[in-house]
Design a protein around this ligand. Sequence first.
Ligand SMILES: Cc1ncc(C[n+]2csc(CCOP(=O)(O)OP(=O)(O)O)c2C)c(N)n1
Ligand SMILES: [Mg+2]
Length: 353
Amino acid sequence: MDPSDHASGTEPFRLIAPDGTAVGETGVGLDPEQLRELLRQMIRARRLDRECMALQRQGQLTVYPPFEGQEAAQVGSAFALGPEDWAFPTFRELAAAIVRGVDPVQYLWYHRGTWHGGPYDPRATRFGPICVPVATQICHAVGVAMGLAMDGVDACALAYFGDGSASEGDFHEGANLAAVYGAPAILFCQNNGWAISVPTRQQTVGEIWKRAEGFGMPGVRVDGNDVLAVYRVTREAAERARSGGGPTLIEALTYRVGPHTTADDASRYRDDEEVERWRTFDPIERYRTWLMASGHADEAFVSGCEEEAAAWVGEIRGDVIATEPPPTEWLFDWTYADPPALLQRQREEALGG
Ligand SMILES: Cc1ncc(C[n+]2csc(CCOP(=O)(O)OP(=O)(O)O)c2C)c(N)n1
Ligand SMILES: [Mg+2]
């Protein structure tokens, strides 16, 4: 691997090698149906991600940040959380969102511009609002984790963030606070090599997972394209958090094969060769190979997943396009229990009443 690569340095924890062969204890406590479900969710996620790119190009979404290549990191981690646990996403966690049960049509209202910031109810699935200001959601997750502990709730809160976000003050403040208070938090960094056009090696000299020691919490580097390994380290972190063992920092090494967003031309700052090399570490292909070789799935199962995903995405597409703009009064309805006079006046003006 190129020494300047964001995945150089410490070998990550891995259970399945890029060629699909087992290199560790793959018995992670999931039954065959759950093992198949991991593949099904990754296939659905990729199909939906590609459809979102197409919807944006067709003018149906305003802007969209694709996650292709990061399916294992998102599906494996979200799958490891229990129903009472919380997850706080960035703007690139649609795969994690669907695993948590967020309605993808409601999620995509954000990218359609029909409504702002988190149109789904975050409490229903314990999945926080889409968060564009990078790293702020880390503090939200740590705050919620501290609240869960104070309320005596047997649950944890996971914050998703990227390699670039790990340079923000919010990361350091959130991580330190979580460690000092022993908060049941998981700081889950998807190191995908880039923060828009800035490579990871220009963000940090050391390895992100190693910062855990300085904060005083366990840290782990995992192969983010190995869904079983991601599942296992996240589940361990969640169990530790819920049993009073405090926070964990996880660095999942992965790669975004697409552009930063549909507003970005990645060919201006990175080589095609790098993308092609990472395509050979494809998370879905790796897991499919292992799952079939281990006898837990066959061709019929895989093609069934693909057909089901195509039909599911077709419905989402129709529902997204059919979405009417929400009523104007909603703009004024959700901030104040008792709206101040100025807002009342604006509401009357906007509604023409
Ligand atoms: C506070 C803040 N600063 C800058 C930006 C512009 N911005 C959007 S995404 C991004 C890079 C994020 O990189 P990373 O954390 O690695 O996440 P990735 O996009 O790779 O998933 C930046 C700088 C922002 N949204 N918020
Ligand atoms: Mg990044």
